[in-house]
Design a protein around this ligand. Structure first.
Ligand code: ZN
Length: 467
């Protein structure tokens, strides 16, 4: 790749000056384009034209319109941005604060009961912005922020503004907190948030839990929350869907007519066969969290790939909590791919039903197109399909860790990491270029994050946390 060419400052300057122009064209040339559109597949030596905010065309030898900004993308893979379907972004300044936590109660006690009540609106802003910047840096262009520390309207405002300020495609899924004092403004405040901030890059969902087992009452999905979500015109993301109690809840929701493609069930570990039948019959979407299931130990801890596929559901993937887990999508794809293949091979040597041996294309599909579908954004993002938004990654495939380029999907899933992501565009706007995240003063960010973390540590040390 002619790195010097695309990394030139004047190219970036032209891209930034023209960022808001709906007619601005960028022509990426000579790339391997992994479209993740089933009809278009992978194209070698291909071009991709971005016009304004959208992908205008993909193909070989696209004509260079006179005013297009031409970017030599030879030696790179163009891929759709990853879509995260579940992350608690406000926790980012608490990253790896409990790296070896191995049960849900430990996480709930430490984070949701311990730190969450000490959060001020500015801490919500700092954590959420840090998570979103890190997501962009690692090629996640759409992030669903399951924001379950909405203590006051100001806390929610801060979380939403943080998404907006990074230029990520943000899905703010609002939920009230589990513990501590709060204004009880949720869920009704969601209508205000949507009216005030909804736009091209920001969408909203209602967030809830499967049951009131963790922190009841009032946070569990049911008829009242479903009615409000319908009234506000938002989808619903339900966390902590696991085990026998959640299985019973799924059947109740089915009986009440509360399931459907607009509802996402997160984790979905240890669910009964009946619950999976209900999920499949209603077209409900699923968000897997391969690393939190395994590391924190959520019910069976086995990613429910077979159950989902057998029910006709191709799942999305999510990161969950950075207090104990890695923050990028490469980790999720590789963990799921490896766990599932290990189980499939193991079954050959044992007995019972052999798990499906999913491939690299499957996990990339889960991490892009299926994530978009899960977040209710299938028509907007998730594949490099002409007419969709230009949420795309340029990944170098000629670095020491991933040369030579023999299989583009294999290279994205198994050979690349955040350092290979040379460029990230969201809605045609450049968020990372020449390997550098844009519009971030790293020194100021460090100070802001450290000050917020220090406040939270001091607040928690000053209170009595019982466990
Ligand atoms: Zn979660």
């Amino acid at each position: 790749m002619n790195t010097a060419d695309f990394a030139r400052q004047d190219v970036l300057d032209r891209l930034r000056r023209s960022a808001g122009d709906p007619h601005r064209r960028i022509l990426f040339t000579g790339a391997t384009v992994v479209t993740m559109d089933p009809a278009l597949g992978v194209l070698d030596g291909a071009d991709l034209l971005v016009e304004g905010a959208t992908v205008a065309a993909v193909g070989r030898n696209l004509p260079a319109a006179g005013d297009a900004i031409v970017v030599d993308a030879s030696g790179t893979i163009l891929a759709p941005g990853f879509v995260d379907t579940h992350r608690h972004a406000w926790e980012a300044q608490l990253r790896r604060i409990m790296p070896d936590v191995d049960d849900l109660a430990g996480y709930v006690t430490g984070t949701l009961l311990g730190f969450a009540p000490a959060y001020r609106p500015e801490d919500m802003y700092t954590g959420t912005r840090l998570a979103a910047l890190t997501a962009l840096d690692a090629g996640i262009t759409t992030m669903l922020d399951f924001s379950h520390n909405s203590r006051t309207a100001a806390h929610s405002d801060a979380a939403v503004r943080a998404l907006a300020d990074t230029g990520i495609r943000g899905v703010h899924a609002a939920m009230g907190p589990h513990f501590g004092a709060w204004d009880r403004q949720w869920p009704e405040d969601l209508a205000r948030l949507k009216a005030e901030y909804g736009g091209d890059l920001l969408t909203f969902r209602l967030a809830a839990l499967a049951t009131d087992e963790i922190a009841g009452p009032g946070l569990a999905y049911g008829p009242r929350l479903a009615r409000l979500a319908a009234e506000y015109g938002v989808g619903v993301s339900v966390d902590a869907v696991l085990g026998a109690a959640s299985s019973r809840a799924v059947l109740e929701w089915e009986a009440q007519g509360l399931l459907g493609p607009h509802v996402t069930l997160i984790h979905a570990t240890g669910l009964s066969a009946d619950a999976w039948r209900a999920i499949g019959d209603t077209g409900t979407t699923i968000s897997l969290a391969p690393t939190s299931d395994a590391q924190i130990g959520l019910d069976t801890a086995v990613p429910a790939v077979d159950e989902a596929l057998a029910a006709g559901v191709r799942p999305g993937l999510g990161i969950d909590v950075e207090v104990a887990l890695a923050s990028d999508m490469f980790t999720q794809m590789r963990a799921l791919h490896t766990i599932q293949r290990m189980r499939a091979v193991e079954a050959v040597h044992g007995s019972g039903r052999e798990p499906s041996r999913i491939g690299t294309r499957d996990v990339l599909d889960f991490a892009t197109l299926q994530g978009a579908r899960t977040n209710g954004l299938e028509d907007v993002t998730g594949s490099l399909t002409p007419g969709k938004q230009a949420d795309l990654l340029m990944i170098t495939a000629e670095e020491v860790n991933n040369m030579p380029l023999n299989d583009a999907v294999g290279t994205v899933v198994l050979g690349a990491d955040a350092r290979n992501i040379e460029a990230v565009l969201v809605a045609g706007r450049v968020r990372k270029w020449a390997g550098r995240i844009l519009d971030v003063d790293l020194r100021a960010l460090r100070e802001e994050v450290a000050a917020s973390r220090d406040h939270l540590l001091a607040a928690v040390r000053g209170t009595t946390v019982t466990d």
